[in-house]
Design a protein around this ligand. Structure first.
Ligand SMILES: [Zn+2]
Length: 99
């Protein structure tokens, strides 16, 4: 069984922004509550994506780790979504310049 990186605010090393959290199972205490995927949050942070953008446009967990409805997003899929979002940011910025 794969490890569950998700952490609730009680188990996370750093209290996460609520906009980066989604309902899932915490890999530390096993509770189902709002959890953060720290490696994913770090990746988004590295691309200067704001919590608002992440909340609106990007997956907040690679997997909820809840029974039955699980599907894990790979880093390739995450990368494609980040790429799409950054292209959209550029298109929006150009659009603002030309109007
Ligand atoms: Zn926990």
């Amino acid at each position: 069984m794969e490890t569950n990186p998700n952490r609730c605010s009680a188990c996370a090393e750093v209290i996460p922004d609520v906009r980066l959290m989604d309902t899932g199972k915490c890999g530390s205490c096993g509770q189902t509550r709002d959890v953060v995927d720290p490696a994913l949050a770090d990746l988004y942070n590295g691309f200067d994506l704001t919590p608002d953008e992440i909340w609106k446009f990007l997956p907040r967990l690679r997997s909820t780790h809840l029974d039955g409805i699980d599907r894990t997003l790979g880093w390739t899929e995450i990368g494609q979504k980040v790429n799409q979002r950054i292209r959209q940011q550029m298109a929006d910025a150009l659009d603002e310049q030309t109007h």
